[in-house]
Design a protein around this ligand. Structure first.
Ligand code: SF4
Length: 293
């Protein structure tokens, strides 16, 4: 059982609650199913990284959230304390698991909650066909030894989010996340250790697209995935950019980064640079398919 203080607030009044869940693996639908994953694993509800653009709170109850989650996104989180116990019962060899479309498994609360070491231990004992960790948290390095062990037993991929090449932009949209240089350092360390790491340029924040592609090429040896900020023009239904992210763009003159025609040009620049280097490039679900294969 993870040991942590349930009254801890991680500073600035951001409480970490705990709750027993009834299930830990969910059959996939939408974007993640289209990419080829059979199940998602979500160890907590609400994410203390609290990115301004995060799509998850726009899913509301369809993302398994409570009103307090979408109304106060990023300002509290609820850890599923029995996650490992449930996972032990639900794992099957054919599963292709994505962790997670609804929370970063290495969000700040994980430093004390320590759910991931127990989950990785379960995965090592009963490995699924594919296990993907989607994160932007430097904390992942804490579990490097277990990740290496898991990579010997299944197709483990780490999909590491790098959203821009400019840390000032990062601070505007995702102030609670690790700086870009720190993420690149973590990706390099994981790669050098032999973990299959993919740079996921998603969602694409204002950036120099070629410089961002070059950063990704430098720190990984696999394909590069990109996905622009979701908008209602290109995606009439389902999860989309939350209003806080749109407000940051409006306040800083970055509205075009939400327009499909502009996004297509950005994607095209990244694609050209990545493919010129002889590496695979994929956008949206087609890109995430590289992870599930
Ligand atoms: S890290 Fe991911 S899940 Fe967490 S707030 Fe940011 S975009 Fe949302």
């Amino acid at each position: 059982m993870p040991q942590f203080d349930p009254n801890d607030t991680l500073g600035a009044g951001r409480p970490v609650h705990s709750q027993r869940a009834s299930s830990i693996l969910s059959p996939t639908s939408g974007f993640i199913a289209e990419a080829g994953f059979t199940h998602s694993l979500t160890p907590a509800r609400n994410c203390l990284f609290g990115c301004t653009y995060c799509y998850v709170p726009t899913l509301r109850v369809f993302g398994g959230l409570k009103p307090a989650d979408w109304q106060r996104w990023g300002r509290h989180t609820t850890i599923k304390t029995n996650a490992a116990e449930l996972l032990r019962r639900q794992l099957k060899p054919a599963q292709r698991i994505y962790c997670s479309p609804l929370v970063d498994p290495y969000q700040p609360a994980e430093a004390q909650a320590r759910l991931m070491p127990d989950l990785l231990e379960c995965l090592c004992r009963q490995p699924p066909a594919v296990f993907v960790l989607q994160t932007r948290g430097a904390l992942i390095l804490r579990d490097l030894e277990q990740l290496l062990e898991l990579s010997r037993r299944t197709r483990l991929r780490v999909s590491f989010s790098v959203t821009t090449d400019c840390d000032e932009v990062r601070r505007l949209y995702e102030p609670h996340c690790d700086p870009i240089q720190e993420r690149l350092r973590v990706i390099s360390r994981l790669s050098a250790s032999g973990i299959a790491v993919y740079c996921t340029l998603a969602p694409l924040l204002p950036c120099d697209p070629v410089a961002l592609a070059e950063m990704a090429l430098e720190v990984t040896s696999h394909g590069v995935i990109a996905d622009p900020l979701h908008n209602r023009e290109g995606k009439p239904r389902g999860a989309t950019t939350r209003p806080e992210g749109l407000r940051v763009s409006e306040a800083n003159g970055y509205e075009e980064w939400h327009r499909s025609d502009f996004q297509a040009r950005v994607i095209s620049s990244i694609r050209s640079r990545v493919e010129a280097a002889g590496r695979q490039f994929g956008e949206g679900p087609a890109g995430f398919r590289m992870l599930a294969a």
